[in-house]
Design a protein around this ligand. Structure first.
Ligand SMILES: N[C@@H](CCC(=O)N[C@@H](CS)C(=O)NCC(=O)O)C(=O)O
Length: 211
């Protein structure tokens, strides 16, 4: 069995972890889990949430994309994706900001729901417009989460911005476009996209055309 196993489905947030794995550049084995197998006893033994992605590294399971990105950056320091001491404040701050407020604000908005102004204080993200404005300001003044250097936090924060923009769940901003272009230009991002697109094509072959 490989040291590092990646459980994913190409049509999922697993794409975030695929990109991270390609950035890390260590060998890994992929197990594609079809959506109808996510709640099987075998997969629930890996992730009791029955969700992808997950990784198993030397027998230890890690779930949650943000945790997986941070874990891989830590255990493979040679990839240079973990933060230096002077980058840790930004790294953790924005990684958790994306996993908490951004994820909640975007998914609630996608469902057509927002807290009323009186209830905003109960929600970790306050309101969607505020979350967008804070992200926009962040990337208006820096190239990457930690300033001028790409880290694992960019894989996660950048994926949220790119996925949300792709489905029009975030408004267009020049800062988001510049940041996304910078990230899409990375070889590891291109490789990861290609691998997952191919896996998706295999799992969903085109319907036969009528004669
Ligand atoms: N908080 C998790 C979310 C994982 C998640 O929701 N995965 C979705 C696909 S994007 C899934 O497995 N859905 C299948 C299901 O819930 O049955 C993470 O960040 O990894």
């Amino acid at each position: 069995m490989a040291d590092l196993i990646f459980y994913t489905n190409p049509q999922s947030r697993g794409r975030i972890v695929r990109w991270m794995l390609e950035e890390v550049g260590q060998p890994y084995e992929t197990e594609i889990i079809a959506y109808d197998r996510l709640k099987s006893p075998e997969y629930l033994a890996v992730n009791p949430m029955g969700k992808v992605p997950a990784i198993k590294h030397r027998g230890h399971v890690v779930t949650e994309c943000a945790a997986i990105c941070a874990y891989l950056a830590d255990v493979f320091p040679q990839a240079g994706l973990a933060p230096r001491d002077d980058e840790k404040a930004d790294y953790y701050r924005w990684l958790f900001y994306a996993a908490g407020p951004v994820e909640a604000a975007v998914s609630n908005k996608a469902m057509g729901w927002e807290p009323t102004p009186e209830r905003e204080r109960m929600f970790g993200y306050g309101n969607f417009d505020k979350v967008v404005a804070v992200l926009d300001e962040l990337f208006s003044f820096r190239d990457y989460v930690c300033g001028d250097r790409f880290t694992a936090a960019d894989v996660y924060v950048g994926s949220h911005i790119m996925f949300a923009r792709q489905f029009d769940l975030l408004p267009e901003r020049a800062s988001f476009n510049r940041y996304s272009d910078r990230l899409r230009a990375r070889n590891a991002h291109k490789r990861a996209t290609e691998i997952d697109n191919q896996a998706q094509a295999v799992s969903q072959p085109a319907a036969p055309q009528p004669a």
